[in-house]
Design a protein around this ligand. Structure first.
Ligand code: UDP
Length: 160
């Protein structure tokens, strides 16, 4: 969609708090970071992720040696899946989430602040490109589960 205030394209991205993040009660702090940055929440649900959804979501990693362990980890508890909308939200949320490997993630990023050492247990997922985000949002959410709404502070969080 196009922002009515600054007329730039709004992107949407999939953010998911992974089972370690849910177990460690980090959901609220992760949501807070996206809210305070000025992004808009348009979809939110908690689920135990079915195996077929996981294999589709991570289809590009199917041949990796860590794939079975990744699936096991992602099935080890519930996940909180969200769709966030805003100006360049895909790239911005990759920066906010930080390096895949927590040991290399910068302080100030979700992974850099909340995880260490174990690469697959890195708290949160963020789509890595606009195309990836569109594919993942369609996998995880139905159209009806996404809410179109105008945020009352939109004129302040936009560029103009
Ligand atoms: N992962 C892993 N071992 C690796 C690389 C990745 O267990 O060597 C896991 C980790 O949980 C990561 C996920 O697989 O978040 C997806 O990997 P990707 O390269 O897409 O990283 P991301 O986009 O999540 O940073």
């Amino acid at each position: 969609s196009v922002c009515l205030h600054c007329l730039t394209l709004w992107e949407r991205t999939l953010i998911a708090v992974k089972p370690d993040g849910v177990h460690r009660r980090l959901v609220g702090q992760i949501i807070q970071r996206f809210e305070q940055r000025g992004f808009k929440l348009v979809g939110l649900k908690m689920l135990k992720v079915p195996e077929d959804l996981l294999t589709q979501h991570y289809c590009q990693l199917r041949s990796k040696p860590f794939f079975p362990r990744l699936l096991e980890y992602m099935s080890s508890g519930p996940v909180v899946a969200m769709v966030w909308e805003g100006h360049k939200v895909v790239q911005a949320s990759r920066v906010m989430v930080g390096h895949t490997n927590p040991a290399e993630a910068q302080a100030g990023t979700v992974r850099g602040d909340f995880s260490v050492l174990i690469i697959y247990r890195n708290v949160v997922h963020a789509s890595d490109s606009l195309e990836g985000a569109q594919r993942e949002i369609q996998l995880w959410f139905t159209g009806k589960e996404l809410v179109n709404w105008d945020c009352c502070d939109q004129s302040f969080t936009c560029e103009l």
